[in-house]
Ligand binder design. Structure first.
Ligand SMILES: C[S@@+](CC[C@H](N)C(=O)[O-])C[C@H]1O[C@@H](n2cnc3c(N)ncnc32)[C@H](O)[C@@H]1O
Length: 380
């Protein structure tokens, strides 16, 4: 955890116009208090019995993000304005890690031959640069035909195009789009060892490599309190929490809807270094929409690890209902960037006999209203 002066204010020339950050006028120390008391209030409103302390883990007051989603609109590159559908042209952003800011500055030199589109830039753990160009089909065709922009972009970065994440390749006289390619765009940790995670630029990853070290550490500490646990995981994605959990778990059943993320996870475990290879055998992958229904007997698991989307766990919790209290998994780790749905799910878990024993905020989104919550619940 990084110690930050509570009086720290982060300068931003777009404070009054850009909608990206909402708390720039509040010193960081007060942001910490605000987020902590908001979460405490939310849990109280939902009748959740809360431990005496909510931990606050920070990787810094700004400059954390290693991926940025932004828009092109009429020659402007940036984020939406406050209460506006107009894009604010942003040259520097207090959210970006220094490496991503450098890449963004470079990227802004391109003059686009069309007026709108969505873009994601990334910088990977080894400094590799990536760009995902999510443009309309007609604009993608224009880009492939124009050739010069893509050629210069490919000198600086790996590029993915469109919703299907196709990769442009120069054949000698034209560009062709080939199938998506997995690369190591993110890192998680197994014990003290960094594990590169295979995925696409367009894949879901947490926003910041630096903040993710705090998350991986917390998850492995909590899972480590229950050695040899058989774990069922909701929303494994590319394996950011799966891999830390594998260190001490007996088995992990990773449940996930997104096939491309699971391809990444499969490649990551295949590529584990030889001293970690044994962990691969503990993992089983299970694909489906598990908010609707899950056909697993939860009494066969010692723990649940959940990191759902904004809508929360929904039907994934149904199998717990029909079990006897002592058949329910003894621990439940819940991570969420959407505390409202998490609090609702916790209400259900509390009614099934779980008690919130530890809770922490990981401030992945300083200067904004958002934050990540990690919580450990245990069966009474
Ligand atoms: C917040 S992300 C977490 C991913 C991963 N734990 C990480 O830290 O990178 C939520 C994950 O839940 C998955 N998901 C969303 N809806 C789902 C569903 N109905 N069934 C299973 N997985 C789902 C998403 O594809 C995504 O990978």
């Amino acid at each position: 955890m990084i110690a930050t002066d509570p009086q720290t204010l982060i300068p931003c020339p777009y404070e009054k116009t850009c909608s990206g950050c909402q708390l720039l006028d509040i010193p960081y120390g007060y942001q910490i208090k605000k987020k902590t008391s908001e979460l405490s209030q939310l849990l109280k409103e939902h009748g959740i019995h809360t431990p005496s302390q909510i931990d606050f883990m920070s990787a810094g007051a700004a400059y954390l993000r290693d991926r940025l989603d932004f828009s092109l609109q009429e020659g402007r590159l940036g984020l939406y304005g406050k209460n506006s559908r107009e894009i604010v042209d942003i040259e520097v952003c207090a959210q970006l890690s220094p490496e991503l800011q450098k890449w963004y500055t470079e990227f802004r030199k391109i003059k686009w031959p069309f007026t709108k589109g969505s873009i994601r830039l990334r910088v990977g753990p080894d400094g590799k640069r990536g760009a995902w160009l999510d443009f309309a089909n007609i604009d993608i065709k224009a880009l492939l035909d124009e050739q010069l922009i893509l050629k210069s972009l490919l000198e600086h970065a790996f590029v993915e195009i469109g919703q299907r994440r196709k990769v442009p390749v120069w054949t000698g006289n034209e560009f062709k789009l080939k199938d998506p390619e997995l690369n190591t765009w993110f890192t998680t940790w197994i014990q003290e060892v960094p594990v590169p995670l295979y995925c696409h630029i367009a894949s879901f990853t947490q926003p910041s490599l630096k903040a993710n070290t705090l998350i991986a550490d917390k998850i492995s500490t909590w899972v480590g309190q229950f050695p040899d646990a058989r774990i069922i995981e909701f929303g494994s994605g590319i394996g950011n929490l799966t891999i830390p959990a594998l260190a001490t778990a007996k088995t992990v059943l990773a449940c996930e809807i997104d096939a491309l993320s699971l391809e990444g996870l499969e490649k990551t475990v295949l590529m584990l270094p030889s001293n970690l290879k044994d962990h691969a055998a503990k993992l089983t992958i299970y694909r489906g929409d598990f908010q609707k229904k899950i056909l697993q007997d939860f009494s066969q698991f010692d723990g649940v690890l959940a990191n759902p989307p904004r809508s929360g766990l929904m039907g994934f919790l149904n199998p717990l209902e029909s079990l006897q209290p002592q058949q329910r998994p003894p621990f439940f780790i819940y991570m969420s960037c959407f505390p409202e749905s998490m609090a609702k799910d916790m209400q259900r878990l509390q009614s099934y006999g779980y008690e919130l024993t530890e809770i922490a905020i990981v401030d992945q989104f300083p200067q904004t209203n958002h934050y990540e919550v990690l919580s450990l619940l245990q069966r009474k």
